[in-house]
Design a protein around this ligand. Structure first.
Ligand SMILES: C[S@@+](CC[C@H](N)C(=O)[O-])C[C@H]1O[C@@H](n2cnc3c(N)ncnc32)[C@H](O)[C@@H]1O
Length: 414
């Protein structure tokens, strides 16, 4: 049964939709709607407690509604779902979404939230992304999928892709693979492509000289003066600028004392290729990187070779542990930096990290609601939230990154 209604959007929520109320009182998430707009909607998902809808007509547009700056988004590309919202509003909207998650999910009072949430850095809106996962068109060209669809839209050049990647997108032709990861090092000019082809029959032609192909292709990026190796299958931040902003925010949240190692060793949990350990710690500070991916651990061993060498004959040698954090055996530490995937830490990982007895924890979250749930778990495990900084590292999208600093509460003495 198709239901059409006119609704007023109360606010924008995690994931990017506008939240409104239906006449029957249920919440409806309206795709592409902006706070304050009056819209005529068509329900696409109808559940007992909530609904989802598309806009049929904008009855009263927000003054912050703009024409998408990218012509491919206007033609249906689902890659950047916030191009209809003026860029000047992105940070304020993201701060509002994080604040709401802290109130609702972390159960932190309104007054405290106002004091705790800070505005952090933003990456420039254009041409910054150095890793892209793209889909293959029947013609062999690369593009992105339409929103909620498997249809691929041609997107050359992509507004947010680094020029080094747009060059590949313009000329590459792919056979026998449905998706391709492209990566470049903005500071080094290295480039690699990885075809996601289950049967190993994928082929790519039209590549520029020097572009590496396959899972073993290596791209290097220099962040804060530190050269990092990143294999195609390893995670890396979306751009050099994003990595630099994030490293700065983690430095500020951790504090120089904890990073110096005087309070104990550092745990870089969900450490990837060792971005934080390599850029924030001097080589004589013992660090344990805990990371589940085999290729990231291989990269981290190279990127942290000096740290491993300089601490090998000490009581606390630096090491790279390939493990899920949930299964890792905790060791005493002074500082934990935890940067989990979108699902967040969850109770098992929180109990492992809290068992280090670290006096400080820095939590990097790439999902506002999962991040707020993790903060509540950490607070219940004996930590006090000092600050949550909101970063805008994914321009034109509702993706939010936060960096939170927590201090272990002093135990009551008798
Ligand atoms: C958001 S990335 C952060 C990586 C790194 N901190 C950085 O900034 O480049 C999350 C990392 O956690 C790893 N990972 C995912 N689930 C994990 C788990 N349960 N335990 C340990 N590592 C995990 C992924 O392979 C990925 O490298």
């Amino acid at each position: 049964m198709m239901i059409n209604e006119n609704v007023t959007v109360e606010r924008m929520v995690a994931g990017g939709d506008g939240l409104a109320r239906l006449a029957d009182g249920r919440v409806v998430f309206v795709n592409g709607a902006i706070t304050g707009e009056q819209v005529a909607i068509e329900i696409t998902t109808n559940k007992k407690d909530f609904a989802r809808a598309n806009i049929v007509e904008i009855l009263s547009p927000s003054t912050h509604r703009v024409a998408p700056p990218c012509k491919f988004v206007a033609a249906g590309c689902g890659g950047c779902s916030w191009q209809h919202l003026d860029v000047s509003q992105h940070m304020a909207t993201k701060v509002a979404i994080v604040s709401e998650a802290l109130r609702r999910t972390a159960k932190i009072s309104e007054t405290e939230v106002t004091e705790l949430v800070k505005v952090g850095g933003s990456v420039s809106a254009h041409a910054s992304r150095t890793t892209l996962r793209m889909a293959v068109l029947p013609s062999g060209k690369l593009g992105f999928r339409r929103a909620s669809s498997n249809e691929v839209v041609e997107t050359s050049p992509c507004l947010v892709a680094h020029d080094l990647l747009n060059e590949i997108v313009a000329t590459a032709r792919v056979k026998n693979a449905v998706e391709v990861t492209l990566r470049c090092g903005a500071s080094t000019g290295d480039r690699g492509v990885w075809l996601h082809d289950e049967h190993g029959r994928g082929q790519i032609t039209g590549l520029q000289n020097g572009v590496g192909v396959g899972v073993e292709a290596l791209v290097h990026e220099t962040v804060n003066g530190v050269r990092l190796r990143v294999m195609m299958t390893s995670f890396f931040q979306s751009s050099l600028e994003a990595a630099e902003i994030l490293v700065r925010a983690v430095r500020q949240a951790a504090g120089e004392r904890a990073l110096s190692g005087v309070d104990g060793q550092v745990i870089d949990a969900y450490g990837g290729v060792g971005l934080f350990a390599a850029t924030l710690l001097s080589a004589d500070v013992p660090v344990t990187v805990v990371e589940s991916s085999e290729s990231s651990c291989r990269d981290a061993r190279v990127n942290l070779s000096q740290h491993i060498e300089q601490t090998q004959n000490t009581d606390s040698p630096s090491e790279i542990v390939q493990s899920n954090v949930e299964q890792w055996s905790p060791v005493p530490a002074g500082l934990v930096i935890a940067d989990p995937a979108r699902t967040g830490l969850g109770p098992q990982a929180v109990s492992r990290l809290a068992a280090t007895n670290a006096s400080r924890i820095v939590l990097v979250s790439c999902d506002a609601v999962a991040g707020a749930r993790d903060l509540r778990l950490l607070i219940d495990a004996g930590y006090e939230l000092e600050q949550t900084t909101v970063l805008d590292l994914f321009p034109y999208t509702p993706h939010i990154e936060t960096v939170s600093s927590l201090q272990r509460k002093a135990r009551a003495t008798r």
